[in-house]
Design a binder for this molecule. Structure first.
Ligand code: PEP
Ligand code: MN
Length: 339
């Protein structure tokens, strides 16, 4: 349920409600809006004496939260959230659309530093690259691990870009969080609940990819795990789902962007690389994602896609990345945004 405070309620009034809520064994999340504050209360409400809370000073009313994903829901927070990432604190979820690009995997120091420069020059705000890779085959390149993290840290120091990198296991959360500006939880781990709780406690923004067979509700409930663990800085990333279709690696479900913008206040990115599997489809899907209202894009870009150690077929070149920016900017401006 949500306790809606009257406009003008002081921090003391809010604190009084928080204490009442805690007495009933509920978890409180205070959300301060522009004109009023609400206290979202999560837990078993059967034993709660609602009238006691309703009659507390400066309480306007109590409303139930109907969505199963409570904290992620627009019922609790109607205005869209911003998540600030990287050394420059770029706001994902604001007026500006943020583009994050880079290789699927960190392959070498030279590769990543050169890519970082190209990505920054193209006007991106973040650099992606996996040090730990979740690969379908145990014989495929598994990433450089700790060495990859060091390279990512150097790339951030030199470029000022926000570093987005995946954490695939519980035991890596601490090490990855020391380097990453954004912890990526991949499609295969979207329902790895202990990992969601661990990244929720890490203090770093989390990029939560959609599981390849997850419904929107399952995805938002996964986000809820991260928020419930104490981390409101969750960014969702649509990366396509498994269907019968086989001209693409995954079917990029772009309607999810519009639906999510209605159902949740969390920012939404689109990954057209995993969402199609083919570099030649990526620019068109980037354009479509921005038009659909995505807050940003996560794009795989490689200096030499033919020789990439992972996901070369869906990686565009830095030149192609730079080439699509002007039209993405025009599309963003056409819908009242910027890039
Ligand atoms: C990736 O971003 O390289 C990746 C493995 O993505 P996903 O989890 O969406 O497959
Ligand atoms: Mn990849």
């Amino acid at each position: 349920m949500i306790v809606v405070m009257k406009p003008g309620a002081t921090p003391e009034h809010v604190q009084h409600v928080v204490e009442l809520v805690r007495e009933y064994g509920l978890k409180d999340h205070v959300i301060t809006g522009t004109d009023r504050t609400v206290v979202a209360c999560i837990g078993d409400k059967r034993m709660v004496d609602k009238s006691a809370i309703e009659n507390a000073p400066m309480v306007e009313r109590i409303v139930p939260i109907l969505a199963p994903y409570k904290m992620a829901s627009t019922e609790v927070k109607a205005t869209h959230s911003q998540v600030r990432i990287g050394p420059a604190g770029f706001p994902i979820g604001g007026k500006k659309v943020g583009i994050i690009a880079g290789p699927c995997s960190v392959e070498s120091r030279e590769q990543l530093l050169r890519t970082a420069e190209a990505v920054r020059n193209a006007g991106c705000i973040g650099l992606r690259g996996g040090a730990f890779k979740p690969r379908t085959s145990p014989y495929s390149f598994q990433g450089l691990g700790e060495e990859g993290l060091k390279i990512l840290a150097e790339a951030r120091d030199r470029s000022g870009l926000a570093i987005v990198t995946e954490v695939i296991g519980l035991e890596q959360v601490e090490a990855v969080a020391q380097v990453a500006d954004v912890l990526q939880v991949g499609a295969r781990n979207m329902q790895h609940y202990p990992l969601l709780e661990a990244v929720g406690k890490s203090g770093k923004p989390v990029l939560l990819k959609r599981g390849m067979s997850a419904t929107l509700e399952e995805w938002l409930l996964a986000a809820e795990y991260v928020i419930d663990a104490g981390n409101r800085n969750v960014i969702l990333c649509e990366r396509g789902i498994r269907t019968f279709e086989d001209y693409v690696r995954n079917t990029l479900a772009l309607a999810s962007v519009a639906e999510l913008n209605d159902k949740t206040h969390l920012p939404v990115l689109v990954d057209p690389s995993h969402g199609t599997g083919h570099a030649h489809l990526v620019p068109a899907m980037c354009r479509a994602a921005v038009a659909a209202g995505a807050d940003g894009l996560l794009v795989e870009a490689h200096l030499d896609p033919e020789r990439a150690l992972s996901d070369g077929a869906q990686s565009i070149t830095p030149a192609a990345l730079a080439g699509m920016m002007p039209v993405l900017r025009q599309i963003a401006q056409a819908i009242g945004r910027d890039l």
